[in-house]
Design a protein around this ligand. Structure first.
Ligand SMILES: NCc1[nH]cc(CCC(=O)O)c1CC(=O)O
Length: 303
């Protein structure tokens, strides 16, 4: 390449951390390679967040970065894989999925140690339907309130006393140096994360073999297999980030174990299913079918 490898990134603290991390990993994997960040968007995250909520599609997060790659202004982009749509935009691929960090959700509060320690009627902040459904299932008495913005903004709103507790991803908190704010990990099998939570992916054009080869050095085969199963399940349910779908896969030897859940953020009904297999795609479809046979479609459509 006769120019530096250019990583398109959004400007939120988490997006910048993840892009810097990928840049560092690429430099370490390819000594002498020049890697730079190309920050995108003059819009604040809050604004982007609101417009996303309005159009109901997380795809916008990627759109701007994909346009930069299409125009040849950037070579690749870095995403939290849980925010990447189940079906990629034509012409793009994911040359690397990095080894997954902590997959779990975090219970964050300034006064209470865990979900079960919250007093009756306590106020919990989250805009995720998946988190709302699991909160309602476990504690129907809680009052749930929307909480938007990037990780730093959400912590500031908690600290301002607007909520008794909030739920965030452990991975995002750890990356930003807020690991000490995690009061409890909400973990499988009782509580499930978003499909691919905790995994970082690199996206590039599918007509860029040189970029593909450089990025592929960071791919983690084990993580890729697990998140493929989780994303195949979500895809088979026609899920996005806006439906209350949760999934977590882990590999034991050659066997993959996938747990899935669909819920209602309105009344806390949950259906759960799990299975084991060796083919991630087939396993994801099988668990999705088990969820559908228990009425998952009705819960998704009711949202
Ligand atoms: N929806 C925003 C988002 N996308 C990825 C993460 C965390 C990092 C990850 O899951 O890899 C977060 C913040 C959160 O859910 O608390």
């Amino acid at each position: 390449m006769n120019h530096p490898l250019r990583i398109a990134t959004r400007k939120s603290p988490l997006a910048l951390w993840q892009s810097e991390h990928v840049a560092d990993r690429l430099r370490a994997a390819h000594p002498g390679l020049d890697v730079i960040l190309v920050p995108m968007s003059t819009r604040g995250d809050e604004v982007l967040d609101r417009s996303l909520a309005a159009i109901g599609g997380k795809g916008l997060f990627l759109k701007e970065l994909e346009i930069a790659m299409q125009r040849g202004e950037a070579d690749c982009a870095v995403h939290s894989l849980k925010d990447v749509p189940m079906v990629l935009e034509p012409g793009f691929m994911l040359p690397a999925i990095l080894a997954r960090a902590d997959h779990a959700d975090a219970f964050v509060s300034n006064h209470y140690d865990d979900l079960d320690a919250l007093p009756q009627g306590a106020m919990v902040g989250t805009s995720s339907l998946r988190r709302q459904a699991q909160l309602r299932a476990r504690r129907p008495d809680l009052v749930l309130r929307d909480l938007r913005g990037n990780v730093n903004t959400r912590l500031a709103k908690l600290d301002a006393g607007e909520y008794d507790a909030i739920v965030l991803a452990c991975a995002g908190l750890a990356r930003l140096g807020f690991e000490s704010r995690i009061r409890a990990r909400l973990d499988a099998p009782a509580w499930l994360p978003a499909p691919a939570q905790g995994a970082i992916a690199i996206e590039c054009r599918d007509d860029a073999p040189e970029i593909h080869a450089l990025c592929a050095a960071l791919d983690d085969a084990e993580t890729r297999i697990c998140v493929e199963a989780e994303r195949a399940m979500n895809r088979a349910l026609h899920g996005s980030c806006h439906v209350p779908v949760a999934a977590f896969a882990r590999r034991e030897g050659t066997q993959l174990d996938l747990q899935g859940l669909v819920g209602s953020s309105l009344d806390g009904r949950l259906v759960r299913a799990a299975s084991e297999g060796t083919d991630p795609e087939a396993l994801g479809i099988e668990v999705a079918e088990r969820l559908l046979s228990q009425g998952a479609r009705e819960l998704i459509d009711a949202q």
